[in-house]
Design a protein around this ligand. Structure first.
Ligand SMILES: Cc1cc2nc3c(=O)[nH]c(=O)nc-3n(C[C@H](O)[C@H](O)[C@H](O)COP(=O)(O)O)c2cc1C
Length: 163
């Protein structure tokens, strides 16, 4: 615990841990993220808090598509090569193993348990260091059937991106 109760409480919120892939023309990228949640049933919409300085930000702004890759808890190692940003690891996609999602052609990372493809409906700047990317799901494939209790989460790896 710190002397900042807001920070400590925000860190107590449990999140999923995902890989977000994106495509703009021939350029593809993958990053890890946890600030992702469904925000509407009808129409179905999902919001993703995306750092303004992330390479993915410009890929999504120009390409207007992204894909959320979900992993099973046992496959956590398969996401670890995507924890570094493109500027620190310019070759991360050259070394990555992936196929193409059918609707958006965003990368589907090897080992993913499922993926959901999105078209971007909006990118909102709420005035902070992250923008809110809103996506409408246009396709999904389950590769390893399971339920939410088997999906990799941030508490599973003991990391935090909150506060
Ligand atoms: C555990 C963890 C969770 C993260 N969650 C997010 C997130 O939800 N949104 C975000 O924009 N960045 C998040 N990041 C940071 C990005 O992964 C990081 O900025 C990355 O370098 C972006 O990659 P890119 O520059 O290749 O797009 C997280 C990082 C870690 C380690």
């Amino acid at each position: 615990m710190s002397d900042d109760a807001i920070k400590d409480a925000l860190k107590m919120m449990p999140y999923g841990f995902y890989a977000v892939t994106s495509r703009n023309s021939d350029d593809v990228n993958a990053m890890v993220a946890n600030w992702i949640t469904q925000i509407s049933f009808e129409p179905r919409l999902v919001a993703f808090g995306l750092q303004k300085s992330a390479y993915t930000r410009s890929v999504i702004e120009n390409g207007r598509v992204f894909t959320i890759n979900l992993f099973a808890k046992d496959d956590r190692e398969k996401m670890m090569s995507f924890t570094k940003g493109r500027s620190r690891n310019p070759d991360k996609m050259k070394e990555a193993q992936y196929t193409e999602a059918p609707k958006t052609r965003c990368p589907v990372l090897d080992g993913a348990a499922a993926f959901v493809e999105f078209e971007v409906t909006d990118i909102v700047d709420p005035g902070g260091d992250h923008d809110i990317v809103i996506g409408k799901p246009v396709g999904a494939v389950i590769l390893k059937p399971g339920d939410a209790s088997q999906t990799l989460t941030l508490p599973d790896i003991g990391w935090s991106y909150a506060g």
